[in-house]
Design a protein around this ligand. Structure first.
Ligand code: NDP
Length: 399
C-alpha cells in the first residue's frame, strides 16, 4: 500500500485526485495547493473515500519539505504550474520522495520550453536513489509512451513522427483556454519549431498549417507548434529524421489571439499602470474563464495521437496510435473537461507505476525511456482507451 501527495488543485488536480482515489493501491492521499479551499472542494466531491487536504506554497521549498516529512508519501505528483517544478524537485530530494510532473520547468520571465533545467537534476536523483518522471500528462506524456510502444512492438527504426492534437469540443464561450490561460498563451504565441534532417527549424507562430483528418471527427485545420516532448523524443530516439507537433485551433480562436497580441495583452514583461507594475498576461488570465468552469457545458471530443513512419523488417511502414476522449463523459465521471481528464489520468497512472515499483529506478526520466507495456495495459481501464491503425496511407507526406 502506498501514499501519495498531490500539489495543485486546478482542473488537472481534480482529475488526479479522483483517479488516485479509485486506485486501491493508494491507502492515503493528500491533496495540497496554494488555495486550500479548492482542495477541500475537490475532496468533498470524492464520495468513495477520504482525501486529506493541506495548504502549501510550492515556491517555498521549506513548506513542501515540512509537509512531505509529516505525511511521508512515496511519490509527489506535481500538477501545479511549470514554475514550481524545480522547487518541488528540490523538496523531494530533501525529503526522500519520488517525483512526477506533467509540464517542463519554465522560468516565469522567459517562456523557454526545454528540459535542460530538469535534466540537470539527473545526478542528484540518481545519487539519492530516487525517481523523477518528467512530462506524464497526455502531451507530453502518453504521446511519448505511444511512441515508445510503436518502437518496441511495430518498428525497427522510427524515421518520422507527427503528433496531432485536436480539440473538437465546444464550450459556448467566445474565447477561453482549455488549461491555465497564462501557461497556454505563453506556449502558443511562441515561434513554431520542428526537427528535420538533424536540424531544428524555427518558423513564425502558427505560420504552417494544414487540414488533418481525426478519427470520428473529420478534417480540422492543424497548426505546427513547438511542443516540449519533441526535444526529449529526438534525443531518445536518434533514428528520427523528422519530428513535428500539430494542434487544432478555430479561425475565431486565432482572430481573438491576434487581437490580444496586437493590443499587448499577451506580454509577460511588467508594464507600469499608474505606478503599479502589472504583467498584462497575468491580468488577462484573471479576466478569462477558469478552464475548469468550462467543463459543465462542454460537448464534443478530443483526439490526440502519433502518426509514425519507419522501417520494420526492411519494409517501410506507417502507423497511427490515438485516443479520443469525450468532454461530457469526463464531466459526468469526475466533474472535469477532457483536456484536464487526458492530463490527469496519465499522471495518476504514472504515480501508480512509480509507487508499485514498475517505473522506479534512480534518476530523471522522460516517459519514453520507461517500459510502455505496463502503463498501456492499464490506460484503457483508467478511462483512456487507445487504438492503432497499421499500414494506412499517412496524412503526412514522406520526406
Ligand atoms: P490550473 O491553473 O487550473 O491549476 C493550477 C493549480 O496549481 C491551482 O490549484 C493553483 O493554485 C496551484 N498553484 C499555483 N501556484 C502554486 C504554488 N506556488 N503553490 C501551490 N500551488 C500552486 O492549471 P491546470 O490544472 O489546467 O494545469 C495544471 C498543470 O498541468 C500545468 O502545469 C499545465 O501546464 C499542465 N498540463 C499538462 C498537460 C499535458 O498533457 N502534459 C495538458 C494540460 C495541462 P490557485 O488555485 O491558488 O491558483
Amino acid at each position: 500500500m502506498a501514499r501519495v501527495m498531490v500539489v495543485g488543485a486546478g482542473g488537472v488536480g481534480r482529475v488526479v485526485a479522483h483517479k488516485l482515489a479509485a486506485l486501491e493501491e493508494f491507502e492515503e492521499i493528500l491533496l495540497t495547493s496554494r488555495t486550500v479551499e479548492r482542495c477541500n472542494q475537490i475532496a468533498e466531491s470524492i464520495s468513495s473515500r477520504h482525501v486529506q487536504t493541506a495548504q502549501v506554497d510550492a515556491d517555498d521549498v521549506s513548506q513542501t519539505v515540512a509537509l512531505l516529512k509529516s505525511f511521508r508519501p512515496d511519490v509527489l505528483v506535481n500538477v501545479a504550474l511549470p514554475y514550481q517544478d524545480l522547487a518541488l524537485m528540490d523538496a523531494c530530494l530533501n525529503a526522500g520522495v519520488h517525483y512526477l510532473d506533467t509540464a517542463n520547468y519554465e522560468p516565469p520571465d522567459n517562456p523557454k520550453f526545454e528540459y535542460s533545467w530538469q535534466w540537470a537534476y539527473q545526478d542528484r536523483f540518481y545519487d539519492a536513489g530516487l525517481t523523477a518522471i518528467l512530462g506524464c500528462g497526455f502531451d507530453p506524456g502518453v504521446t511519448g509512451i505511444f511512441t515508445a510502444h510503436a518502437l518496441k512492438h511495430h518498428f525497427d527504426e522510427i524515421h518520422e513522427l507527427d503528433i496531432v492534437d485536436c480539440n473538437a469540443g465546444s464550450h459556448g464561450r467566445a474565447f477561453a483556454t482549455n488549461f491555465n490561460p497564462e501557461i497556454n498563451i505563453r506556449e502558443i504565441t511562441q515561434p513554431g519549431r520542428y526537427f528535420e534532417k538533424g536540424e531544428w527549424i524555427t518558423v513564425p507562430p502558427l505560420s504552417i498549417h494544414r487540414p488533418v483528418d481525426y478519427p470520428h471527427i473529420g478534417d480540422r485545420e492543424s497548426y505546427l507548434l513547438y511542443h516540449e516532448e519533441l526535444e526529449s523524443l529526438v534525443k531518445h530516439i536518434p533514428t528520427l529524421k523528422r519530428a513535428r507537433f500539430w494542434m487544432t485551433f478555430s479561425q475565431s480562436y486565432i482572430n481573438y489571439l491576434q487581437v490580444l497580441e496586437t493590443l499587448g495583452l499577451t506580454r509577460i514583461d511588467p508594464i507600469d499602470y499608474e505606478g503599479t507594475p502589472v504583467v498584462p498576461l497575468k491580468m488577462l488570465k484573471k479576466l478569462l474563464p477558469d478552464p475548469a468552469s468550462l467543463a459543465a457545458t462542454y460537448t464534443g471530443q478530443t483526439s490526440i495521437g502519433c502518426h509514425i513512419r519507419g522501417i520494420k523488417d526492411g519494409q517501410e511502414k506507417t502507423y497511427y496510435i490515438y485516443n479520443n476522449c469525450d468532454h461530457a463523459a469526463a464531466y459526468q465521471e469526475v466533474g472535469a473537461q477532457a483536456i484536464s481528464y487526458t492530463t490527469g489520468v496519465p499522471a495518476a497512472l504514472g504515480a501508480l507505476m512509480v509507487a508499485n515499483g514498475t517505473w522506479q529506478k534512480p534518476g530523471v526520466f522522460n516517459v519514453e525511456q520507461l517500459d510502455p507495456d505496463p502503463f498501456l495495459a492499464k490506460l484503457g481501464d483508467m478511462g483512456l482507451p487507445w487504438h492503432e491503425v497499421i499500414g494506412q496511407p499517412s496524412p503526412f507526406e514522406a520526406i
